[in-house]
Design a protein around this ligand. Structure first.
Ligand code: KG4
Ligand code: ZN
Length: 338
């Protein structure tokens, strides 16, 4: 089954062609990073306008690069939410019209389920059930994954997402948007022990997170060391990153223990973070857990993961969307209380 995936929930316009929910024929991502960089974050109005300019070209490019004809497409899947409404509307409405005009089955896909399904594009995907930590610019949450589409929430951030904290710290340093990759690289050169930021564990046993306090702590450090902080920027980045990574990895391992799962995964844009990958790997080995990570280019937003989730919607005969289907800004997952 050949699925065309379309993604436009934030600032990337993406389209991909995937076979049987596991093999990428093409994956095109048109990033708007340069447009939003100067503002230190995504400007929704600019994002929607740019999606409109790019969407048709990106979809054409994905179909061309896959080397298939339109007739070979078995279904179209597009991100329905969560995300920026204006951005979502562009990709979703395009997909709706494209499916209607060509008589393709059409599914609306949840972006977060898409991130989790990115794992199935790798060589050795996890067997169910497993625990997934989703860390992106808009979300930080732990899930109990029973099946491609049957996913329960264990806990999530009460305020900022981890990626958002990275982006805000980068903005404080005057290093623009997105900040994750920049801070990751700075931190690599710094001493993570030199400047300590307290770990926002909340309750260590619970699965909720809070990252707004650590962002404020970094800001306070900058204010109180206004003259000298620039010399220590690599150490601030390393200290900040270590606090974030400590919390994420501890809660992920705890969630595996509490649910009795021996398989864990990290997905989403922040899953590309080198220190997070290394730390979770070490902790997983120590705890006897198998770890699954998407390759670097499948951590950030892409449409291949949307096509995978879409494939399973078609297979399980759920998630079909019609001309009257609408996008949504927030997801709702059932909470699994342990
Ligand atoms: O999944 P994603 O592409 O978009 C959302 O769904 O939000 O995630 C983007 C987020 C941004 O906050 C970005 O700064 C962060 O992922 N990010 C990273 C790294 N690469 C991207 N954060 C930390 N380290 C990285 N290497
Ligand atoms: Zn995302």
């Amino acid at each position: 089954m050949i699925i065309l995936g379309i993604e436009s929930s934030c600032d990337d316009t993406a389209a991909a062609v995937v076979v049987n929910g596991e093999k990428i024929l093409s994956s095109v991502v048109s990033s708007q990073e340069d447009l939003h960089n100067v503002y230190g974050g995504v400007v929704p109005e600019i994002a929607s306008r740019k999606h409109i300019e790019s969407i048709s070209m990106v979809v054409d490019k994905a179909i061309d690069a896959a080397g298939i004809s339109l007739k070979e497409i078995d279904g179209v899947a597009a991100t329905m939410g969560p995300g920026l409404i204006g951005s979502l509307l562009v990709g979703f409405t395009f997909a709706k019209a494209f499916s209607y005009a060509n008589n393709f089955p059409f599914a609306g896909v949840d972006h977060l389920k898409g991130h989790i399904n990115s794992l199935f594009l790798e060589e050795n995907p996890p067997l169910f059930p497993f625990v997934a930590l989703l860390v992106s610019g808009g979300h930080t949450a732990l899930y109990y994954v029973q099946d491609h589409l049957n996913i329960k929430l264990l806990g999530q951030t009460r305020d900022d997402a981890a990626g958002e904290a990275y982006d805000k710290v980068s903005k404080m340093f005057g290093l623009g948007y997105p900040g994750g990759r920049v801070i990751d690289e700075l931190a690599e050169k710094g001493d993570k022990e030199k400047i300590f930021f307290s770990r926002p564990y909340l309750d260590k046993e619970a699965f909720d997170f809070s990252f707004s306090g650590i962002k404020t702590a970094v800001n306070r450090y900058i204010q109180t060391h206004n003259e000298t902080y620039k010399e220590d920027i690599i150490h601030i980045a390393a200290g900040f990153q270590e606090a974030v990574v400590d919390v994420l990895s501890l809660k992920l391992i705890n969630a595996a223990k509490k649910t009795g799962c021996d398989k864990i995964a990290v997905v989403g844009g922040v899953a590309a973070n080198k220190r997070l990958r290394a730390k979770v790997k070490k902790e997983a080995t120590g705890a006897g857990l198998s770890l699954y990570l998407p390759s670097f280019d499948l951590c950030g937003d892409n449409a291949a993961m949307i096509a995978v989730a879409g494939f399973h919607c078609f297979k399980q005969k759920q998630g079909f969307a019609g001309l009257d289907s609408d996008v949504y800004s927030r997801s709702s997952f059932n909470l699994l209380t342990l």
